[in-house]
Design a protein around this ligand. Structure first.
Ligand code: CP3
Length: 355
């Protein structure tokens, strides 16, 4: 039997006794233990070593008291299994050996069988399933965000080549999106079969699109992916940055939980998303570098708005920011405890008012 979980309950818009919380990039360079491991292992080495990968995934759960773990991996791992050579460069991000821009490039991408090509990912999930006290979130990059790396060849500011391909060769664009979706669907299904209790699809850079282009060039693929996952009966989270004007369209993807960045008040995001969907967000990750006196009122406001919505998971509006000096893990610990305590107090007040 599955353990009770406030995270899963909130995702399913069921009653909870406190607001659950986890953080995007909760495992990473702000942690001294992670930095130490990275002295001997590359990011990809960690992903390929199940024991170590489990340890890295578990670290923030044990240290911060968060209500969910997220598999330690990268959105580029399955792209490697599609035949793309890449490197994750420190302080840059993913860099592709030969960018994908022509028909021949797209034709060379191949789908893969997760159990055969990425056994270590599934082995890590099985280990985590046996050793975690909270649910594990599996994840993948969304086709648009993956395509942005594949086409540009590296992180980009304005996505000129990606959008050029999209507008000049829609046929080729959809072939690329289809191939990425064809790999993503079995990959995410395999993660659930191995023990993931929820899935998040990261469309980090989709907010670079106008709503019209999102609807034309991205929405059909996202609908196909989410509808192919619906029977798994796990929460399906869709997140992107700079997506305030896309939130209403996100509700048409088939996702059941909508991730929100910090550039829109959570109350307004909830209004745009509507009551049929849980929301997740949305503290500015850079607030973690501010004094607690600046953080606390913002956290209260987010929780107050979240509690008025049905189904709310506290998170940052994007991943923990990498900076020197790094975010102090003690701040994330304090934030986690505060979200739990303050939300419990607020829910207690509401119960008292109704008595
Ligand atoms: O704790 C977690 O959130 C799980 C681990 C995780 C990583 N990458 C590990 C990682 C997750 C969920 C990702 C997804 C990912 N990877 C996304 C989507 C989420 C987002 O942040 O928008 C994207 C866009 C990538 C691509 C990528 N990989 C980037 C932009 C970078 C940062 C490059 C840098 O050096 O600043 C990476 C590398 C990466 N992936 C790190 C981590 C912890 C950096 C630390 C390292 O190199 O060890």
């Amino acid at each position: 039997m599955a353990l009770p979980s406030t995270f899963l309950d909130a995702c399913r818009r069921r009653p909870v006794t406190h607001t659950p919380v986890w953080y995007m990039r909760q495992a990473g360079r702000y942690q001294p233990e992670y930095r130490k491991i990275r002295e001997s292992y590359s990011l990809v080495d960690i992903c390929k070593t199940p024991e170590l990968c489990m340890q890295v995934t578990k670290l923030p759960v044990d240290q911060l008291g968060v209500d969910a773990a997220i598999l330690f991996s990268d959105i580029m791992i399955p792209v490697g299994a599609m035949g793309v050579e890449f490197d994750i460069q420190e302080h840059v991000g993913p860099v592709i050996a030969s960018p994908i821009r022509t028909e021949a490039d797209v034709a060379r991408l191949h789908t893969f069988v997760p159990e055969e090509s990425l056994p270590y990912v599934l082995e890590t999930i099985r280990l985590l399933k046996a050793n975690l006290s909270v649910p594990l979130i599996g994840f993948a990059g969304a086709p648009f965000t993956l395509a942005s790396y594949l086409v540009e060849g590296r992180p980009s500011r304005d996505y000129v080549k990606t959008k050029q391909l999209m507008w000049s060769r829609p046929d080729l664009w959809f072939q690329l999106m289809d191939k990425l979706a064809d790999s993503t669907i079995p990959y995410l299904r395999a993660q659930v079969a191995a023990g993931a209790a929820a899935l998040q699809i990261f469309d980090s850079w989709v907010g670079s699109l106008a709503p019209e282009d999102f609807r034309t060039f991205v929405l059909p693929t996202m609908r196909r992916i989410f509808s192919a996952l619906a029977d798994l009966d796990v929460p399906l989270i869709y997140f992107g940055k700079d997506t305030a004007e896309l939130l209403a369209d996100f509700t048409e993807t088939g996702a059941t939980v909508i991730g929100v960045d910090w550039k829109i008040p959570l109350s307004e995001a909830c209004r745009r998303v509507g009551r049929e969907f849980a929301v997740q967000g949305n503290l500015d990750p850079v607030l973690l570098f501010a004094p607690w006196s600046a953080i606390e009122p913002r956290v209260r406001a987010i929780i107050d708005a979240g509690l008025r919505h049905s189904g709310f998971v506290f998170n940052l509006g994007h991943g923990v920011t990498h900076h020197n000096p790094p975010v102090d893990p003690a701040i994330l610990q304090r934030l986690t405890a505060f979200v739990h305590e303050y939300s419990m107090e607020r829910m207690g007040m509401e119960v008292a008012q109704h008595d």
